[in-house]
Design a protein around this ligand. Structure first.
Ligand SMILES: Nc1nc(=O)c2c([nH]1)NC[C@@H]1CN(c3ccc(C(=O)N[C@@H](CCC(=O)O)C(=O)O)cc3)C=[N+]21
Ligand SMILES: [Mg+2]
Length: 291
């Protein structure tokens, strides 16, 4: 094995500490802590674990956590009504509706109801548009975390060839936009892409977000490439990424492990986005390079 293992867990712990260090000054100036509301519909065990982890991390950072659990069969208008209440609640700076929602609920209808100023997931049409236009806004947490790890690893990304595998709203599409904003040459591959391995073989940066265990093979990786594995696949052997880790680690320059790579960065970036939103919502200044 030759690749450096990127320690996302340590990077995330440092980011969380830097966010927490900025909270007391905010509390002082705003007269209240930053607040994050998380909405969970239904009883999916994995979602339950994530929501509990998010709540704990929020409190540990000195912020206020608001958890709302609704039954799986909640009607759309009740969920929308809750979002309206959270939008109007001045204690709350960030609203996260845990996805996926049960099949009868229209996810886009719920997401577009969230006040863009509280959109710490970066999923509303306004946030998506701002990202595409290169205007300051809230960026989805998982791709933001991936970008932080990449820039820490590679420095300036300008001119590098990047392949993003997956085109989801939560990861693939915003990841491509972020890499483009850093002057990468970006290819977005997906389930209909022909000859995927030939695209991956050219890439200096590979971001795998397909949701299939060990889908990306070590032989596809260009020697020295940086590999970011977003996959969280629960199998009988535990959590498995979207990349064949052992194969890729023998050729890559650096690679994120699963667990302990991108996952912890997602939660750290959620706290970061909540802190940024809180400053904007309360009219308290935060230096551009503060976090
Ligand atoms: N509106 C919305 N926003 C999200 O950001 C969102 C979501 N819905 N739905 C589900 C996905 C998934 N997600 C993760 C967060 C943390 C870890 C994480 O901390 N993972 C640990 C392991 C945790 C474990 O042991 O299960 C790791 O990779 O080391 C993983 C995945 C956020 N998501
Ligand atoms: Mg896809």
């Amino acid at each position: 094995m030759t690749a450096e293992i990127i320690d996302g867990k340590a990077f995330a712990a440092d980011l969380r500490a830097r966010v927490a260090a900025l909270v007391p000054a905010f509390r002082e100036k705003a007269g209240r802590p930053p607040g994050l509301a998380v909405v969970l519909v239904g009883e999916d065990p994995a979602s339950n674990v994530y929501v509990r982890m998010k709540g704990k991390a929020t409190v540990a950072a000195g912020m206020e956590s608001f958890e709302h659990r609704l039954p799986a069969d909640v009607p759309l208008d009740e969920l929308i009504h809750l979002v309206d209440q959270l939008n109007a609640d001045t204690r709350i700076d960030g609203i996260l509706v845990q996805l996926p929602l049960p099949g009868h609920l229209d996810e886009q209808a719920v997401i577009r109801r969230i006040d863009p100023d509280k959109d710490v997931d970066g999923l509303t049409p306004v946030s998506t548009g701002r990202l595409a236009l290169g205007i300051d806004g809230l960026v989805p947490c998982t791709p933001l975390g991936c970008l932080m790890l990449l820039e820490d690893q590679r420095g300036d990304l300008s001119g590098l060839d990047a392949v993003v595998i997956g085109r989801s709203i939560l990861v693939g599409k915003p990841m491509a936009q972020l890499l483009l904003s850093r002057n990468c040459t970006v290819t977005v591959a997906h389930s209909r892409t022909r000859d995927l391995s030939s695209h991956v073989r050219r890439a200096d940066i590979v971001v795998a977000a397909v949701g299939r265990p060990e889908f990306v093979k070590g032989e596809w990786i260009k020697p020295g490439a940086t590999v970011i594995d977003v996959g969280i696949n629960r199998t009988d052997d535990g959590l498995i990424g979207d990349v064949d880790f052992d194969g890729a680690a023998s050729v890559a320059g650096a690679i994120t492990p699963v667990p302990g790579g991108v996952g912890p960065m997602t939660i750290a970036c959620l706290l970061r986005n909540t802190l940024v939103a809180a400053h904007r919502n309360a009219g308290v200044a935060l230096a551009d390079d503060a976090i």
